[in-house]
Design a protein around this ligand. Sequence first.
Ligand code: ADP
Ligand code: MN
Ligand code: MN
Ligand code: MN
Length: 350
Amino acid sequence: MAKYKLEYIWLDGYEPVPNLRGKTRVEEFDAFPALEQLPMWNFDGSSTRQAEGHDSDCFLQPVAVFPDPTWKDAALVMCEVLLPDGTPHPSNSRARIPDDPDAWFGFEQEYFLYRDGVPLGFPANGFPPPQGEYYTGVGFKNVGDVAREIVQTHLDLCLEAGIEHQGINAEVAKGQWEFQIFGKGSRTAADQVWMARYLLLRLCEKYGVDVNFHPKPLGIEVDWNGSGMHTNFSTAYMREVGGKQYFESLMAAFDDRKEDHISVYGPDNHLRLTGLHETAAIDQFTFGVANRGASIRIPHSFVKNGYRGYLEDRRPNALGDPYKIAGRILETIASVPNGSSVAELEAAVA
Ligand code: ADP
Ligand code: MN
Ligand code: MN
Ligand code: MN
């Protein structure tokens, strides 16, 4: 038997964007615990905007477990928040989304590293040289002296935790970076994004650095990029059957529901989706091959393969909740005939 440190992690009740919270408990296990072995727990919801003081207990239901690479015999436990009667708390977005293990998601999480109230590498007042050489840049003048250590350590931590981190790039603004997370199923993919955010926030503590996920942290008056979370998606039907006609029906459904999508694609997105800086205007739905100014970008490979493969929704922003984003995409896909999954199609025919 060994004593394991279990970090129970959940999303609080702050709006419009929840914060990550976590607390630790010690339990004895023979080996690294499986999800089924992890007990429910509770916390004081009156301190997280999830309950009133006179009736403050909220419950934590473990839903995913990752080894914690920074601590011996430790686990990171992603949790859903439940009410005392066992139903999902209103803040629990994970419980309310459709899922499909054959739906694949790739999230491109952009963010700024901040120190002393400004992006890492910015002078205390004013601005560094304008955007141009920072994107995928190298050298102290472009990335400073500590950011690369942070982003590379974060990549290692994610891989060691079993998170499908797929890559890193320095972004267009100074102090701005991106990592990509891939997952199969809306919940599995989004759990990993939240856990990757958690690991980055926690890693940055010891550098005196904060992670700023705001979609337009420098405001709209200046010529500096905002932060998105482009969401790449494909269902089994899109990958294996697809076709131009199905693609056009899918885009018509996305157009019909554009406001529903924007409503869960992260707050303050009107500051970012201006039509400038490789974005589409917030009130329009557009799509185009390799078009970084469209709402949805169609990869060249998609058209070459007979309208099969994945699409990139460029509208979600860096503050968005990946549960809600993936869930919304699946709802719209489900509204299009034949769009759910090949398995469902085959079941319907049989
Ligand atoms: P770009 O910066 O050119 O938009 P990235 O390389 O940053 O592209 O991100 C591409 C994303 O697409 C990755 O997160 C990857 O996991 C994802 N992706 C690749 N293939 C698929 C697929 N079939 N279904 C869903 N997502 C995919
Ligand atoms: Mn990218
Ligand atoms: Mn990017
Ligand atoms: Mn992209």
